[in-house]
Ligand binder design. Structure first.
Ligand SMILES: Nc1ncnc2c1ncn2[C@@H]1O[C@H](COP(=O)(O)OP(=O)(O)OP(=O)(O)O)[C@@H](O)[C@H]1O
Ligand SMILES: O=P(O)(O)OC[C@H]1O[C@H](OP(=O)(O)OP(=O)(O)O)[C@H](O)[C@@H]1O
Ligand SMILES: O=C(O)c1cccnc1
Length: 469
């Protein structure tokens, strides 16, 4: 697997870092915000994932001798390379919990560090959080329509290279139960799962011999792929023969797998055939270009499928392919900083901030977050980011802060949750969130507003800069 070192970044970060170093501004304190602007998949929420991976990478981030040699050849100066040789990330991260549901416009992570350190970790942070959050969100959408069926990640072969490794981690966060990816299963302590390929069946003179060989060799883990020749005329009857032979030997055929054709029709027919043979315990797995839409449709058709294997759509985050998360400077030398834009919606939020999630008197989230200045208490009113006449009265609501310290002086400052804990946290929050916001199609828009203090700070800074421009 790729070893993550300091050069796992964009060249411009290192170029800027050298300038900061030579200008002697590199040790000035900075605050950057990580946030995104649009929920993927036209959904109502985003599952925040990748934090554990990021924290581990930051703790051990170093520029290797090879990195430094390469940078020297690129023309970077010896004094700056000396700084990089001793580089350690020593900053503080305040962050949402991994597995929190997060929403466009609100900071998800804030990085407090010397300017040079905060700059040098930008690309690593974005690369890690954007990808895993995208895939965890896709997985959660698939989980939301799959009912009690098991969900298996089959994606590595079609993933964008090594991205498949972290896709498997994110899939579990979103609600998948296992992965065919052995290395991911080993590293992330996720069940390793698998069936058989068409090549296995093809390599025998006939389908029945293939099924028998597998069942004899792996009697505790037999899932037979039944569509190599003719699912209902050959595959399922041969699976039944082997299932009965296994039962006679005291073993149990686990499942059959359908991988082509009309999965609703074939699963119904197969279920009937298995049941008629007394093989009620044999489950039905399905695969073949599945995604949340196909699985939702199969559930609506009451297809008796117990296990869905999902590959391509999951691990490439189809159709979006990327989460648009960005990392913007919010404060430098204790002064708030803003980035203006022709498009007012793209203006950044200056200063050190907090995000408060709002709850009603029954402690249910109401579907709104308010972004405040870090030292503000809960405001009485939340203002719309841009519409001057839109606001929400917060008097009767309670608020919980989302951004908590997770790394101090470059060291993780809390025990990292297991993937299972993170996955449970996602499902808990989804059950808490009002249904309108997690609706599959055209969900209600979750509100992210500003405290009066933050809005005033943003607008006065913007006005001041526009006057100077
Ligand atoms: N009953 C169904 N309802 C909705 N979608 C389905 C149903 N059955 C299969 N699909 C999905 O339809 C898509 C196309 O399936 P189709 O049967 O046309 O192709 P195929 O089985 O891949 O063809 P081939 O036999 O060449 O492999 C796949 O994404 C599949 O998961
Ligand atoms: O369709 P996806 O969601 O991407 O799921 C993964 C697919 O990968 C395998 O097919 P492949 O043709 O690669 O191998 P096989 O010969 O074992 O079927 C498997 O049978 C699935 O159809
Ligand atoms: O185990 C399987 O059935 C499997 C694994 C990867 C891709 N497709 C299927």
């Amino acid at each position: 697997m790729l070893n993550i070192t300091g050069n796992y970044t964009d060249l411009y970060q290192i170029s800027m870092a050298q300038v900061y170093f030579h200008e002697n501004k590199h040790l000035n304190p900075a605050v950057f915000d990580y946030f995104f602007r649009k929920n993927p998949f036209q959904g109502g929420y985003t599952v925040f994932a990748g934090l554990g991976t990021l924290l581990n990478a930051l703790e051990s981030l170093r520029f290797s001798e090879d990195d430094l040699r390469f940078l020297a050849n690129q023309g970077f100066k010896a004094d700056f390379l000396g700084y990089l040789a001793d580089f350690r990330f020593t900053g503080t991260l305040k962050s949402c919990h991994e597995g929190d549901l997060v929403f466009p416009g609100a900071p998800v992570v804030t990085v407090h560090a010397d300017l040079i350190e905060a700059q040098l970790i930008e690309t690593l942070l974005l690369n890690t959080l954007n990808f895993q959050s995208l895939i965890a969100t896709k997985a959660a959408r698939i989980r939301s329509v799959a009912g009690v069926a098991a969900l298996l990640d089959f994606g590595l072969r079609r993933a964008q290279g090594a991205g498949g490794y972290y896709a498997s981690r994110a899939a579990v966060i979103g609600g998948f139960n296992g992965t065919s990816h052995v290395k991911a299963a080993q590293d992330f302590e996720v069940p390793a799962v698998g069936t058989m390929a068409h090549s296995f069946v093809q390599s025998y003179d006939n389908e029945l011999s293939a099924f028998r060989a597998f069942a004899e060799d792996q009697p505790n883990n037999t899932v037979l792929l039944v569509d190599s020749y003719d699912t209902l005329k050959s595959g399922v009857p041969n699976a039944i023969t082997v299932g009965l032979e296994m039962a006679a030997r005291g073993h149990s055929l686990k499942a059959i797998r359908l991988d082509s054709g009309d999965l609703a029709y074939l699963s119904k027919q197969s279920r009937q055939m298995l049941d008629s043979a007394g093989l009620h315990h044999v489950k039905i797995a399905a695969s073949n270009q599945l995604d949340e839409h196909v699985i939702k449709s199969l559930q609506e058709q009451q297809a008796p499928i117990d296990i869905f294997g999902v590959g391509t759509s999951l691990v490439i985050g189809r159709p979006d392919g990327a989460l648009d998360g960005v990392y913007k400077l919010a404060q430098y030398r204790d002064k708030p900083r803003i980035k203006l834009s022709e498009n007012t919606a793209k203006m950044t939020l200056p200063g050190h901030k907090q995000v408060l999630r709002l709850y009603n008197s029954q402690n249910q989230p109401i579907g709104a977050d308010v972004v405040t200045l870090a030292d503000e208490t809960k405001p009485d009113i939340m203002l719309h980011s841009f519409e001057p006449f839109k606001s929400m009265d917060l008097h009767k609501l309670t608020a919980k802060p989302l951004l908590k310290p997770v790394m101090k002086a470059g060291q993780c400052c809390e025990t990292q949750p297991t993937l299972k804990d993170i996955a449970d946290h996602v499902q808990f929050q989804l059950t808490q969130m009002p249904q309108d916001y997690r609706r599959f199609d055209n969900p209600h828009e979750y509100k992210v507003g500003l405290s009066p203090g933050l809005k005033h700070q943003r607008d006065s800074l913007a006005q001041q800069l526009r006057r100077q421009a």
